[in-house]
Structures are given as structure tokens and as C-alpha cells.
Design a protein around this ligand. Structure first.
Ligand code: ADP
Ligand code: MG
Length: 339
């Protein structure tokens, strides 16, 4: 029998990978914002049009890229962030797969403009469906601007599957808020169809949370702080009387990365035991700093899941720290007359 196995051409492999990394415009926003953070930006601007279907642009004032790196950044498994398998267990960056830009470029029109600090001229690069259309020496501010246009232009099934502009915009706003809350020392701006949705100056954690969720948030926050060998915990929980019927403002960040954890969520809830009206959910903004070697985030391409080496200890620390804070701030149980 003749041999029938062939290696997929790069652009096909990229499209397949894109299916995992890019579900919707918000996925592109997440990847671009994280790249800007990794580039050490002090100010990041997000510009979208029509819920990101027409345009998603992220402009940063970070490290920028050389002409060669600009080209390479769109190759699959091309990354400046890790070099060996061991590095996976000592991650200090958001990215490490080297897949995002290759995936995005496979399913959109991409314009890149970038300049590292120490060079006079920058690079402009245009890519369509993995093909480099043009590369030129160009005048550019320091940093990087990546514009992603017409997402899924070459995958009609995926494009048709997108929800209304408003729904897609809401997902983008969620991603924006997660990154902005994780990095208060970076200034952010966010525009949709020319109007400003957020303008966040450099701040501390409390100021950033209040700026994102409104000035009335300030009085609702109870600080949480705990320093152990396993974890350095900081942040805030919402006072029980402000707990809401809807879920929502519940955020865990592990080493500055937003994560979802039903297990840790349960730890927080259990600390609120007896303090909440039935059917209400407390808000929380909890920042965990752990040894990068004690977690695994290489579980899913979107990296919102984390495996902790010692999750039972984390659970106990979290629960007792939140309980302690609620007690210290003299939070009385809510009398629930409905019961
Ligand atoms: P990863 O972030 O996993 O390395 P990406 O595909 O997101 O993979 O990016 C590939 C590479 O392109 C990065 O490792 C980085 O060197 C470079 N890069 C991407 N975005 C930026 C940016 N905004 N500023 C500077 N370099 C960038
Ligand atoms: Mg990346």
C-alpha cells in the first residue's frame, strides 16, 4: 500500500490551531492585551469597531519588535518567552505558546506597526490569512500597534456564528476588565466605534477596581491580606450587604492572570457562611501570588484554568483570611426575614 500520511501545510495547521485559540473577537482582545503586558507597556489602548468584527486594535508603548522579530512573531511556535520545557514551570509571562499571532493571522487581515526603543525606524507588516502581503520600513512610535480586521473573513461558518455586536462587545469588555484589574500599574484606554468606554489611569488595586466598577464600589470593599509560604494573598471582598442576586464581580488572579476556579470560589463562599441573604452572591477581587513552579497553567489554550500543587492548603488559607477580614471589619450577619 502507498504511503498516505502527509504533513499539513502551515496555513492549514494555523487555521486549525486558530479554532482553539480564537473563539470570538474577545479571544483576540485577550491575546493582544496580554502580549502588550508582556512587552512591558506602561500604557495600552484598545480600539474596536462593531463588537470587534470589523476591527480590533491594540496599541502599546512596550518593547516593540525588530524587523526580523516582527516577521517571526507570526510563525507558529515562535516565541521570545520560553526556550525550553523547564521554562514552562517557571513562567513569568502571560504568553508562552507562540501560537496566538499565527492563529489570528490565519483568520483575519492583520496590520502591524512596531518599533523598538533603540532604533530610529520601525516596521510595517501586512498579513492576510497567513500570507505576508507587504513589509516596509516605516515611521512608528515606540512600541507596537496590531490591528486585526475582518475576523473569520475566510471561515464563513465561524463568522456567521458570531453573536450581535452588543454581545461580542460585552465579551470584549469582560476580557478588558480582567486584564485591567490584574495590572493597575498600566494605564488603559478602551474605545468602541469612536466612543470612549474606559479611561483608566495608572493606579493602585483599590483605585483600579473602583474606576472600573464605579465610585460606589469603594465603600463595599473589605481588604483581605495574608502572607504565607504557600501564597501571598491580597485584594478585597465585597461586604455581604452588597451581595447581588446575579453573580458577576468575582475575580481571582493568580500571578497577575485572571483565572476561574470553582474550588477556590467555594472557599470564599464558605467564609461568607451565615452572612449572606439566600440567593445572593458576594463580589470579590482576590490576588494570589504563588511560586510559578507550584502551578501548571498549560492545561488549556486560553489559560484560564490553573492546577495548583497544593490546592487544599490554598483553600484553607483563603477561607480563613476572608473570614478574618469579614470579622475584623465587624460585618454583622444579615437578618433574613424571608427564611
Ligand atoms: P506568545 O505570547 O505565546 O509568545 P504570540 O503569538 O502571542 O506568542 O506572540 C509571538 C511573539 O511576538 C512574542 O513572543 C513576542 O516576542 C512578540 N510580540 C507579540 N506581541 C508583541 C507586542 N505587543 N510587543 C512586543 N512583542 C510582541
Ligand atoms: Mg501571546
Amino acid at each position: 500500500m502507498a504511503d498516505i500520511i502527509k504533513l499539513l501545510p502551515d496555513h492549514v495547521a494555523n487555521q486549525i490551531a486558530a479554532g482553539e485559540v480564537v473563539q470570538r473577537p474577545a479571544s483576540v482582545v485577550k491575546e493582544l492585551l496580554e502580549n502588550a503586558v508582556d512587552a512591558g507597556a506602561s500604557s495600552i489602548k484598545l480600539i474596536v469597531k462593531d463588537g470587534g468584527k470589523i476591527l480590533i486594535q491594540v496599541v502599546d508603548d512596550g518593547a516593540g519588535m525588530s524587523a526580523t522579530d516582527a516577521r517571526l512573531s507570526f510563525e507558529r511556535h515562535a516565541t521570545s518567552k520560553i526556550q525550553s520545557a523547564e521554562d514552562l514551570f517557571n513562567l513569568h509571562t502571560k504568553g508562552f505558546r507562540g501560537e496566538a499571532l499565527a492563529s489570528i493571522a490565519a483568520i483575519a487581515h492583520v496590520d502591524l506597526l512596531t518599533r523598538p526603543q533603540n532604533t530610529e525606524m520601525g516596521t510595517s507588516l501586512k498579513i492576510e490569512g497567513s500570507d505576508i502581503i507587504s513589509q516596509e520600513v516605516a515611521v512608528s512610535p515606540k512600541g507596537t500597534s496590531i490591528a486585526v480586521k475582518n475576523l473569520f473573513y475566510n471561515i464563513p461558518a465561524r463568522r456567521n456564528f458570531l453573536k450581535s455586536d452588543n454581545v461580542e462587545l460585552r465579551h470584549i469588555t469582560d476580557e478588558f476588565q480582567r486584564v485591567a484589574l490584574a495590572h493597575p500599574s498600566i494605564a488603559f484606554q478602551y474605545y468602541n466605534n469612536g466612543s470612549e468606554l474606559f479611561s483608566l489611569p495608572k493606579a493602585n488595586y483599590r483605585q483600579r477596581i473602583v474606576r472600573v466598577f464605579g465610585s460606589r464600589t469603594n465603600e463595599k470593599l473589605v481588604p483581605v491580606q495574608e502572607d504565607t509560604q504557600v501564597v501571598k494573598l491580597s485584594g478585597f471582598v465585597g461586604k455581604p450587604e452588597f451581595a447581588k442576586k446575579s453573580r458577576g464581580e468575582q475575580f481571582f488572579f493568580v500571578n497577575d492572570r485572571f483565572i476561574k476556579s470553582p474550588y477556590l470560589h467555594h472557599a470564599v463562599l464558605s467564609a461568607f457562611e451565615g452572612l449572606l441573604k439566600q440567593g445572593t452572591h458576594p463580589g470579590y477581587f482576590l490576588y494570589l501570588e504563588v511560586d510559578p513552579g507550584s502551578i501548571d497553567i498549560n492545561i488549556h489554550p486560553t489559560k484560564t484554568e490553573v492546577k495548583f500543587d497544593d490546592e487544599h492548603t490554598l483553600y484553607a488559607i483563603l477561607r480563613s483570611a476572608v473570614k478574618h477580614s469579614l470579622g475584623q471589619f465587624n460585618v454583622a450577619p444579615v437578618l433574613d426575614f424571608e427564611q
